[in-house]
Design a protein around this ligand. Structure first.
Ligand code: CUA
Length: 173
């Protein structure tokens, strides 16, 4: 009979309470998100453009050809030291970051990121920077390193069997 259909069932007090709690919690989460974005400096403002692996690799390769200073023996990856103010490129793929960047302290660069194959995560240790790197998209961030040292890039998006070994490097001199 019609009265037994679930949408005709009267709302129980307990059900009503839980719906209200869930709704309030949704609102809390929503405003936390807004607050973090606006005041928490949790999200970097990145510009994002469409690209292809071929187009991006060509640009990254050009910078590597021009500004490679040495090849790092442990990772067998070129170390690139582009001039301050220039565009620097970082390619994420299974399971590496290419190339290694050597930047100067207190100088501003435009960092371009993309992924060649799957989603990867750009997390700069120990800094509070975390960006999702999506294939087909070029993410551009202005960076001004204010601390010298060696910084590790950790992939923060599970990308397969060697995800844990996907560690890149940025030197700041
Ligand atoms: Cu790349 Cu995890």
């Amino acid at each position: 009979p019609a009265e037994r259909l679930w949408w005709k069932h009267p709302l129980d007090r307990v059900e009503g309470t839980w719906i209200a709690i869930a709704f309030v919690w949704c609102m809390v989460m929503f405003f936390m998100m807004i607050y973090w974005h606006a005041y928490g400096k949790q999200n970097l403002s990145t510009e994002t453009y469409k690209t292809t692996p071929e187009k991006f690799s060509a640009k990254a390769q050009a910078v590597v050809d021009k500004y490679t200073v040495r090849t790092e023996t442990d990772q067998k990856v070129p170390v690139v030291a582009p001039p301050p103010g220039s565009d620097v490129y970082l390619v994420a793929r299974l399971w590496s970051w290419w190339p290694i960047l050597e930047l100067e302290k207190d100088k501003t660069y435009k960092l371009h990121l993309t992924a060649m194959d799957y989603n990867h995560g750009f997390s700069l240790q120990p800094q509070n920077i975390n960006i999702q790197v999506v294939p087909g998209y070029e993410h551009v961030i202005k960076v001004t390193p204010n601390q010298s040292g060696t910084f590790s890039i950790v992939c923060n998006e599970y990308c397969g069997i060697n995800h844990h070994s996907m560690i890149g490097r940025i030197y700041v001199k």
